[in-house]
Design a protein around this ligand. Structure first.
Ligand code: GCB
Length: 600
């Protein structure tokens, strides 16, 4: 493992490939932890708000057997870097990647074998500039009035409500495989009566043929099915299905599918093994229900962010585990990866704990008509390729979200969303596809193509501020309009109110904990009426307070969390906890010990 400590980093304004020069030789450098956003690490506001290239560099000692053995593939993998990255090893460019939140990698064996005596120098340049064709989109405005701004002054405009954290956000790894290796596995699961079915496909690289042995093991390590060949169907008698948390007394059941490869190139033999966790479950949508394993599933969950003090969007294990504990404490069974793909480590935890995920791509803030053009669409399609490629085998992922609150009423939105959703369904025919809307129900050009209507609304906040009495009538109208027109199930994908922790007032006023609590309760009474019909879920905005750009509506960030940014509960968290456990008791199948309030 490399770079999961600190790397020198340099800020720069332009990019040139490095040959023999070290970044440290080009000017002063900073110690920078990886993974972490760089923004909040120093006391320098210039670095916090920096837009442009930064350079990371680290030298590592690669085991000599990796270098000597030509039959070993050495791969450099970057978990995610925001936003546009170029990677060199020993001054030779090995990768280039557009987009944060998703991994990319490069085979670096050839480069490190050129001169086995030199250590492996990894240089990564990252540029966080957002443009009309990036995801998320953004624009740069140059301020040329010298009576107001200094020379060269520009601002990055963004159309989303979270801080544009940048840097290397997830681990950077070196790993090896044999020259002939398991490149990819795809599984689709199903069941008939008590027999589970795992349809699989293995793709091998490095040779035209290889022997494959596929074994499915249960949780106790017993083999329950075997197969050979690059594709097939594994049949599992007396299947243990994958169930969501609080829907079953044994949620998150995972089998392990072990793929063993052996191949030969005439001189050497190669052996590779990959163990994929597999949850056997089905997902279906009717006009009024969301079905998991043919049983109605009601999303009572949260919207999250990858966001915390100091590390920004950097992966942080203690935070991840704390958040899962809070989700379970809350009685939540699901979350949406608002507004970008989360770390794979988080998705794996969802699989194990039975937390259901709506997996969202970084299509947030598509507001400018120029961001509906061909270049934007082509990039969006390739981001969906990467996202589905990464997350397709997670049983916790039950739906793809291709965007959040785009300008879906604009004419080009029709072609854009029909193409994007069709493409996503082609990539994965097994899951429903949606995007999150805040458009007018009658003018939304993307809604006809989604499987589930996901709608955000902030009654008594952005509209009719201070008037909670309008919530029941406006929310009922919202649901009836959307269902009346599309006859599709609806998720309230966002609702909420800011509360600055510790501010109180009775009668409630905006920004107090009481106001946030009452807004939630007013929404809940309508949810309870409509969930008997076609409302299939409610996701609070937001799980925790999070950082945003500075602005007159944000008090050191967005305060709609039911937990503070430090993960302490506000009053609303207790309201939601009562509700979610009540919903779980009513809709799930809980063993007595999980019931709330529980006496343990
Ligand atoms: C929304 C956005 C979310 C914002 C939230 C708010 O509709 O989807 O990103 O943070 O509203 O608090 O304004």
């Amino acid at each position: 493992i490399i770079c999961n400590s600190t790397c020198p980093v340099l800020l720069g304004s332009h990019i040139t490939p490095l040959d023999a020069i070290y970044v440290t030789a080009t000017g002063p450098v900073l110690e920078m932890p990886v993974p972490a956003s760089y923004n909040d690490i120093t006391q320098d506001s210039m670095l916090r708000d920096f837009i442009g290239w930064v350079w990371y560099e680290r030298e590592v000692q690669v085991p000599s057997r990796w270098v000597k053995d030509e039959g070993t593939r050495v791969v450099l993998r970057v978990g995610s870097a925001h936003y546009y990255s170029v990677v060199w090893v020993n001054g030779i460019q090995v990768a280039e990647h557009e987009g944060g939140h998703l991994p990319f990698e490069a085979d670096i064996g050839g480069v490190i074998r050129e001169d086995p005596t030199v250590p492996c120098r990894i240089t990564i340049a990252v540029n966080n500039t957002l443009t009309l064709t990036s995801l998320p989109p953004g624009t740069i405005t140059h301020m040329n009035d010298r009576t107001k701004y200094p020379g060269g002054y520009f601002v990055q405009n963004i159309f989303f409500d979270f801080f544009n954290y940048a840097g290397i956000h997830r681990p950077v790894l070196l790993y090896t495989t044999p020259k002939v290796y398991v490149d990819d596995i795809t599984v689709f699961t199903d069941f008939a009566d008590s027999t589970g079915l795992v349809k699989y496909k293995v793709s091998v690289k490095g040779a035209s043929s290889a022997n494959l042995k596929v074994t499915l093991m249960d949780k106790d390590g017993h083999c329950v099915a075997t197969s050979s060949g690059p594709s097939g169907v594994l049949k599992v008698a007396d299947v243990m299905l994958w169930w969501p948390y609080l829907m079953h007394d044994n949620p998150g059941y995972l089998y392990s599918m072990e793929v063993q490869l052996s191949a030969s190139d005439g001189q050497s033999t190669f052996e590779d093994v990959y163990a994929l966790p597999v949850g056997i479950r089905t997902v279906n949508v009717t006009s009024t229900q969301f079905l998991i394993n043919n049983k109605p599933f009601y999303f009572h969950g949260v919207n999250k962010h990858e966001d915390s003090d100091i590390r920004g969007k950097g992966l942080d294990w203690p935070l991840i585990v704390k958040d899962f504990n809070l989700i379970k404490w809350l009685g939540a069974n699901s979350f949406r990866t608002s507004h970008y793909p989360y770390a794979e480590e988080i998705m794996q935890m969802c699989d194990r704990h039975g937390i259901v995920v709506i997996d969202e791509c970084p299509g947030v803030g598509i507001k400018d008509i120029r961001s509906f053009g061909n270049a934007s669409l082509a990039h969006h399609l390739s981001v969906m390729d990467e996202l589905v490629g990464r997350d397709k085998n997670h049983p916790s992922v039950v739906m793809w979200s291709v965007a959040n609150e785009p300008a879906a009423e604009m004419p080009p939105a029709d072609y854009y969303f029909s193409t994007l959703i069709k493409h996503t369904k082609m990539l994965d025919p097994s899951r429903p596809v949606t995007f999150i809307t805040d458009s007018n129900y009658a003018r939304d050009k993307g809604a006809p193509y989604v499987d589930v209507i996901c709608v955000n609304s902030y009654f008594s906040w952005y509209h009719d501020p201070g008037h909670m009495e309008v919530i029941p009538i406006q929310l009922k109208t919202q649901f009836e309009n959307w269902f009346g027109k599309y006859k599709k199930p609806i998720i309230q994908s966002e609702y909420g109110a800011d509360a600055v922790p510790g501010l109180h007032s009775d009668p409630p006023m905006m920004f107090t904990e009481e106001y946030q609590k009452n807004v939630l309760q007013s929404y809940h009474s309508v949810f309870d009426e409509k969930r008997k019909q076609y409302v299939i879920g409610e996701l609070i905005w937001n799980f925790a307070d999070f950082m945003t750009a500075q602005g007159i509506t944000r008090v050191v960030g967005n305060k709609k969390g039911i937990f503070t940014r430090q993960r302490q509960p506000k009053s609303a968290a207790f309201i939601l906890r009562e509700r979610y456990w009540r919903l779980a008791n009513a809709t799930g199948k809980l063993p007595p010990w999980t019931r709330y309030p529980c006496s343990l």
